[in-house]
Write a protein that binds this ligand. Structure first.
Ligand code: SF4
Length: 415
């Protein structure tokens, strides 16, 4: 009778052969039983073992073995499957989340933001991707946690173990960094695995099979990162093998074309994805010059240093850094972002860019910055020009004879 009920509800005989330790008995015995996998906690796999008397068996995975607990329960219960999703708010991660929600997975989104994000729309601090992920999370009704990559991430960018891509983008290390945080969150909320919108072959550095393996190994997540868009191009993950996710409903997207994703977006009714591929300024070769210059020349990088990378023309002269505004908005940013020890310089009586000198305070540096201001000033003239240098409480008006030479600009310009 029991076996008929068991078979009817999809339980499998022999699926578990374990050493049972009954709470009331010291002795262990090896048993074959009917079992039905019903969920997974952060460290446990939970099976229903009796169709008539609700009791569960929890497999606690310690290294490669199992310790088994048998605990009768009185009430019926349901253990849903949770997953943590890395959600940028771009098309791919949005689709990955939607595919999991459609499979009944309880998705908890995680968004990473940094000063190197390209999207500037929507966020007070330029965190556009954060706004996009918020919008997607709200639309799907799922919780979202935002993590700002802090100064430890800057150190990772300074010297990544796995090197850079075409710019200063340390993609492999960056993914490991994010997955380690995601793993902590996974354990915190009792999720069973992690999903991402990664597509095999879409990005040359971090979205290759060998890179996936390295990332999974070094983040301690082997078999626990599911990439729903490319899953059928990859080995089945633990959640697929355990039946938490239906592999048949996953995709086999490969490469850089976004055709399949766009079709799927229509099919799943996913709209408004203004930041389709996500954006990272570290992949930009020009921006990377400024990052490299900063990280090479300054040990204790500040948030303002990072923010200033997005403004102005950057120069490096005899160890000092000069940033020159390109327009009024830049000039205002420079004034606001001037840090202790920096010198803020602006033109007096003529229209032109403002500048910050960082790391050099003598007349030579003021002269150099002034000559740049004159060079890029709107009014061209060979006469003496007056500039005002402000450092803390001190203000000094001084004159420069003329613009910087082309050779000097060429030699000292970072970007
Ligand atoms: S593109 Fe930027 S954010 Fe994305 S993995 Fe590479 S370094 Fe990290």
């Amino acid at each position: 009778m029991t076996s008929t009920i068991a078979q009817n509800i999809g339980m499998k005989k022999g699926a578990i052969t374990v050493n049972m330790r009954y709470p009331t008995r010291k002795a262990s015995s090896r048993v074959n039983m009917y079992s039905h996998f019903i969920g997974r906690g952060p460290r446990d796999r939970i099976f229903l073992i009796s169709p008539s008397l609700p009791s569960i068996i929890i497999f606690r995975q310690i290294t490669r073995g199992f310790v088994t607990y048998n605990c009768p329960i009185k009430e019926e219960f349901f253990v849903g499957t949770k997953a943590v999703a890395l959600l940028s708010g771009g098309l791919d991660s949005t689709l990955a989340v939607k595919m999991m929600i459609d499979q009944g997975i309880e998705v908890h989104a995680l968004n990473f933001t940094s000063g190197f994000c390209t999207c500037n729309h929507g966020g007070k601090d330029g965190g556009g991707c954060r706004s996009e992920s918020k919008r997607v999370a709200e639309e799907f009704g799922i919780p979202l946690k935002v993590i700002m990559k802090g100064m430890d991430y800057i150190e990772l960018v300074r010297s990544p173990k796995h090197g850079y891509g075409k710019g200063m983008n340390p993609c492999v290390d960056c993914r490991i960094f994010m997955f380690i945080q995601a793993k902590k969150y996974m354990h915190e909320i009792g999720a069973s695995f992690i999903i991402t919108g990664e597509v095999l072959g879409q990005r040359p550095m971090s979205q290759r099979k060998d890179a996936f393996r390295v990332i999974e190994r070094e983040s301690g997540l082997e078999g626990l990162i599911l990439r729903p868009l490319s899953a059928k191009q990859l080995e089945p993950t633990i959640p697929e093998k355990e039946g938490l996710v239906d592999r048949e409903k996953l995709l086999d997207v490969l490469g850089r074309s976004r055709r399949q994703q766009i079709d799927l977006a229509e099919e799943l009714d996913v709209n408004n994805y203004p930041c389709p591929s996500g954006g990272c300024l570290l992949t930009d070769k020009i921006f990377s010059k400024k990052v490299r210059d900063l990280l090479t020349n300054k040990k204790d990088v500040t948030k303002k240093d990072l923010a200033l990378l997005k403004s102005g023309r950057h120069f490096r002269h005899k160890g000092a850094k000069v940033i020159l505004g390109r327009d009024e908005a830049d000039n205002a940013v420079l004034k606001k972002m001037t840090q202790e020890g920096d010198i803020f310089i602006e033109p007096v009586g003529f229209p032109g860019p403002a500048a910050i000198i960082s790391g050099g305070g003598g007349p030579e540096f003021r002269e150099y910055a002034g000559s740049l201001i004159v060079k890029y000033a709107l009014e061209k003239a060979g006469a003496l020009r007056t500039l005002r240098a402000v450092c803390g409480e001190e203000t000094l008006d001084y004159e420069v004879a003329g613009p910087a030479s082309e050779e000097l600009i060429e030699e000292t310009r970072v970007c």
